[in-house]
Design a protein around this ligand. Structure first.
Ligand SMILES: NC(=O)c1ccc[n+]([C@@H]2O[C@H](COP(=O)([O-])OP(=O)(O)OC[C@H]3O[C@@H](n4cnc5c(N)ncnc54)[C@H](O)[C@@H]3O)[C@@H](O)[C@H]2O)c1
Length: 408
């Protein structure tokens, strides 16, 4: 199909179909736009923020490596339940002076801290976050926010009482392609949004490369639903302004995780598998919007489909990725009408060298120094958590349920 270029921003080229001419904005103008966007922020290193890390497992590595790059951060302590794990971790990442503890409460009671990263498995997110906030410490909390809606409410109450910054670790938010989805929706080009299909999945991708903390009920607590489902939900809910979820009809299953032959070298993992490896749901959102959701750590298909956002004036297709981790899988497309013709506008992938982890931690540190607001606020993510909780509850009850979020 031949397309016609009709306008541009630095990273979007808009085309008409069925017209043979095209022209591009002069390179130097595009470059000037880029320079404006890349303007660096100066970091005041006068006072170093004293940071601790709770849970020194897999994801803590990304946190420590990013914090080490921040000139206004001193990593002073860490805690892990497993004896010797925090010591070995800080030794490995070149922070040998960090004080190490076997419990987060001991660390919070013994060390003066400005902020902590909560990098524990899902089941201890709530207690570690609440204890830190109650101690007057700012919190960067890894995704998903927690396990249940009740826990999310308690976290928000502690946050409100403390007046400290709480940011939830959704680094895909800092991907310019994700930001573009929100900009497209906010531009009005899609009109009124009424239906969203989202989710993602892996043909085989139960996360056990570093052990079983994701799949054990008392550690991971929720499976694909919480682990990667939260990213799919954030991608679309953030784009449309996080409307309140009202009802949910959910389904979860565990057909792959419980099969010993799934794990080539560790058939015993099937014994400890206690979470979901697939979830699907039909969710009603405030504003008469339907959310059709599916997520899989493992399934007998390559993808459960692209994300689509349907509006009265246009539809947006966001290609899925093979190994769903919350990123845009290819050029997006807007399907709309122009002067009576059905046209497609391609939104090319925005190449960037932004380190998403650095951006996520930097935004948290800046919020602390600037007295808020939180870059990824609990006030939004509680709706993400309410849907996850609603899917689990509806699946257990075998029927649609209403989502009720108490006053915080
Ligand atoms: N943002 C991302 O890209 C990303 C990627 C992977 C994991 N995660 C999230 O990070 C979290 C941790 O995942 P992981 O893969 O690092 O798990 P992990 O099991 O490797 O590490 C978690 C560590 O926390 C420790 N721990 C648990 N409760 C504790 C407590 N109360 N006090 C001190 N230590 C405690 C455990 O002993 C363990 O060493 C999960 O919630 C996961 O969803 C995020």
């Amino acid at each position: 199909m031949v397309q016609y270029y009709i306008g541009a921003t630095p990273d979007i080229k808009i085309y008409y179909t069925n017209n043979e001419r095209g022209f591009y904005m002069a390179e130097d103008i595009l470059n000037r736009f880029k320079e404006d966007q890349l303007e660096a922020k100066e970091i005041d290193t006068g006072k170093k923020l004293r940071v601790g890390i709770i849970g020194t497992g897999w994801i803590a590595e990304a946190h420590v490596l990013s914090y080490k790059k921040m000139p206004d951060v001193e990593i002073v302590a860490g805690a892990d339940l497993i004896p010797g794990k925090a010591e070995a971790f800080f030794e490995r990442y070149g922070v040998p002076d960090a004080l190490c503890f076997e419990s987060h409460t001991e660390m919070l009671n013994s060390v003066e801290l400005d902020a902590v990263s909560v990098c524990t498995y899902n089941s201890t997110h709530a207690e570690c976050t609440i204890d830190a906030l109650n101690k007057g410490v700012h919190v960067m909390l890894e995704k998903p926010m927690c396990v249940t809606l009740d826990e999310a409410v308690e976290i928000m109450r502690a946050e409100k009482k403390s007046g400290k910054v709480l940011s939830i670790g959704f680094q895909p938010r800092f991907d310019p392609n994700m930001k573009k989805i929100k900009e497209i929706v906010e531009s009005g080009v899609l009109g009124k949004i009424y239906y969203i299909q989202t989710g993602g999945g892996r043909r085989r991708g139960i996360p056990t490369p570093y052990g079983t903390s994701f799949i054990e009920k008392d550690k991971g607590a929720i499976g694909a639903l919480g682990d990667i489902g939260c990213y799919s939900l954030d991608m679309v809910l953030n784009a449309i302004g996080y409307p309140k979820p009202l009802t949910v009809s959910g389904y979860t299953s565990d057909f792959f995780g419980k099969r010993p032959d799934y794990y080539k070298n560790h058939p015993e993992y099937a014994e400890v598998f206690g979470v979901d490896d697939f979830a699907a749901a039909f969710v009603r959102l405030e504003g008469d919007i339907i959310l059709d959701f599916r997520i899989a750590w493992a399934m007998n298909i390559d993808t459960p489909g692209d994300t689509i956002i349907l509006g009265t004036e246009g539809g947006l297709r966001i290609p899925s990725t093979e190994c769903w981790n919350g990123s845009v899988g290819g050029a997006m497309k807007i399907y709309h009408d122009v002067a009576g013709s059905q046209v497609e506008t391609e939104i090319p992938i925005i190449e960037s060298n932004i380190d998403l982890f650095d951006a996520k931690l930097r935004s948290f540190l800046d919020a602390i120094k600037e007295d808020g607001p939180s870059p990824v606020p609990s006030g939004q993510i509680i709706y993400n958590q309410a849907i996850i909780d609603g899917i689990a509850k509806s699946a257990a009850a075998g029927r649609e349920i209403e989502i009720e979020i108490p006053e915080i």
